[in-house]
Design a protein around this ligand. Structure first.
Ligand code: C2E
Ligand code: MG
Ligand code: MG
Ligand code: MG
Length: 280
């Protein structure tokens, strides 16, 4: 009997493993073809000044629409793109597409503020990001003051000296830098002081359970206070309710992003909003 159970378990696990491996290979192959097949697009989510409600920028977020499987989330495919080295070409595509869109809006006289583009660890690790950003800004004509890069803590802290040099070069171009998902990695506070960054993004996991979870409230409060003393702007992501917004404002958080203010949408759907932001 034990034997039979073992065999059944074994079969169960090998089947599950085979299924996962097959799925993974399928995704990898799909990703390798997706750029050429133009299956990616960008959506944009508003970022607002909390006190005034004014639009201060937009975060560009990638979407992959697979002809058979439909929408596949970046949370699923970005890590795979990183693993298979595709993130470099994909990252270039994102940066170029966001800059081009920014120029389109600016040419039509629309106030876009800063367009924030996510940058994956391996893109920074390669060491040529500043050169790449320079080239893409020149090529697309987007003024550097309209671009922001969102980086995560992981690579910065693992290779702090190399990261600082590179981020310095990007900052010197006039491009803003923010630390995404702040609080989920393990930033050293002494490095944080030396980094040429402008903004901390409180991770949405700390915002989600406000006002129910005292720990999350304490963490958000601490990040806002730290940002203030380091003279960094703090933005909270994943803000969904007026209660969360009120709490964040009371703590002195300057900026917000979340479904309460607008979901990520295709560029066409933002035009009206950008136009009214421009009119003021
Ligand atoms: P992220 O950069 O932290 O982006 C925030 C995520 O939260 C986005 O998910 C956004 O759609 C979602 N979000 C925004 N407001 C709310 C809210 O009020 N409630 C909830 N529950 N969620 C909200 P998305 O678009 O699925 O992206 C997931 C992650 O994938 C991003 O997290 C980022 O790490 C990565 N990603 C997305 N686009 C790119 C890209 O172009 N390049 C790279 N390297 N990574 C990207
Ligand atoms: Mg982000
Ligand atoms: Mg985030
Ligand atoms: Mg919690």
């Amino acid at each position: 009997r034990a034997k039979r159970e073992d065999r059944d378990n074994y079969q169960f696990y090998t089947e599950a493993l085979t299924r996962d491996a097959t799925q993974r290979i399928w995704l990898e192959n799909g990703l390798r073809q997706a750029l050429a097949r133009e299956e990616f697009r960008l959506v944009y989510q508003p970022q607002l000044d909390l006190a005034s409600g004014c639009l201060i920028g937009l975060e560009a977020l990638i979407r992959w629409s697979h002809p058979e499987r439909g929408e596949i989330s970046p949370g699923e495919f970005i890590p795979i793109a990183e693993d298979i080295g595709l993130i470099h070409r994909l990252g270039d595509w994102v940066l170029r597409a966001a800059c081009r869109q920014g120029v389109k809006w600016l040419e039509r006289g629309l106030e876009v503020g800063r367009i924030a583009v996510n940058v994956a660890g391996p893109q920074l690790k390669r060491g040529n990001l500043a050169a790449k950003v320079t080239r893409i800004l020149a090529e697309t004509g987007l003024p550097a003051k309209h671009l922001e890069l969102e980086v995560t803590e992981g690579f910065i802290m693992a290779q702090a000296e190399a990261a600082i040099a590179q981020l310095d070069a990007i900052r010197d171009l006039g491009v803003a830098l923010s630390i995404d998902d702040f609080g989920t990695g393990y930033s050293s506070l002494s490095y944080l002081k030396r980094l040429p960054i402008h903004k901390l993004k409180i991770d949405q996991s700390f915002v989600r359970d406000i006002p129910g979870d005292p720990d999350d409230m304490a963490i958000s409060t601490a990040i806002i206070a730290m940002g203030k003393s380091l003279k960094l702007t703090v933005i909270a992501e994943g803000v969904e309710t007026p209660e969360q917004a009120r709490f964040l404002q009371e703590q002195g958080c300057q900026e917000v992003q979340g479904y309460l203010y607008g979901r990520p949408v295709p560029p066409e759907e933002l035009e009206e909003r950008l136009a009214s932001a421009t009119r003021g």
